[in-house]
Design a protein around this ligand. Sequence first.
Ligand SMILES: [Zn+2]
Length: 441
Amino acid sequence: MTQQTSSCSPFNHPSSVPLYSVDTLATAPILVVAPHPDDETLGCGGAIAALRAKGLSVWVLVISDGTKSHARSAAYPAPKLRSLREAETRRAMKLLGVDASQITFFQLPDSAIPTPESTEFASALDRFCQYFMTVAPLIIFAPWRFDPHPDHQATWQLVNSALEQCSMTSRLIEYPIWDWDQAQRHTSELTVASWRLDISQTLQVKKGAIAEYRSQTTHLIDDDPQGFYLTPEMITNFTQPWELYFEEKMNSPESLSAEYFESLYQTDPDPWKFATSDYEAKKYEATLAALPHPRYRSAFEIGGSIGVLTEKLAPYCDALLSIDVSETAQIQAVQRCQSMPQVQFQIMQFPAQYPDKKFDLITLSEVGYYWSLDDLKTAQDRIANCLEPDGYLLLVHWLPVSPGYPLTGDEVHNSFLEMVRFHHVLGQRTSEYRLDLLRKM
Ligand SMILES: [Zn+2]
């Protein structure tokens, strides 16, 4: 994924930012951290409802007590305002599908969430760590690190420091709130990738949840002339059919190791749900539909994993060589394809190891982004060399940012498309994956 800079700010041109489906976030538990009661709904309400609709566990942590929104109200002194705002959060979350038992209020003072420079930071950090260890979130939604509001920046600091202190590797997704206001926007270069989540299916329920915050969206509290009011114009930024997010892409310069995959398969026999997910089933259908010929003399599948695609591909092939780095994965593949004598399996760490054969079809599905750029270049040479003239290369890769992977799906495909040894025959793109068919010149 390309990095966005202020010259092409995603706030100015959100429609040019990649749009993904909620299926790209199908990992739980998920934690949403809000500096104030309502940030979780404004920034992530559509995501929360969509994740809950998929049955995924969502936790909500509200950091400040929100009592500075109407600090001078006599009718709503701080304790009453705090209760009101907490009740609003519970009602909003109920609409989005989150039970009250999943919500925690830290009740830190509004407009004074501790920053790393303050003496209260250490004790706040301890609370975050204890909470993180209990919930053990795999994904955390936290405020965008450069959000103009000091409480939002302080919350990001606490989340980031707590992750470091607990040595947790949760995926951290950042949501903007006040940057939507041009006057407040941070102007230096953004160092993280931006993407949008399609929330068209949950937008209506999100609007309902925002409306539950009557203390913020109406003139319910009318005795504080300086009281806060979320105008319809401000709300418009949060009621699009998508939500904007930022995410740091922690590029690893090394290819992921064979041990990494082996330990994944030993923990979960199907870590990517190749055999059961709708996403995979649709993608395999599109993959087979993209095959240009009804039959192949000799095909080569790089990264056969547990053999789900291997089994579907085999009927098109007189011979099919399927390789993988994980023995645990390949044992499943061998079982899955035991009635298909044309399929041969080998443990092979491509591109360092490669077959001394020629092929008329090579498939590279969900593999390329695990390689370093150097290994990708080597792999491209090897693939071009062992493909017969007029042979086909079929590339299929997941598109969303995967922190920790050396490359993205787009980087892999774009790099192949630049090769003069290939002719681009077919390209397809969905919100989740990309498929390209190339023919060797
Ligand atoms: Zn806020």
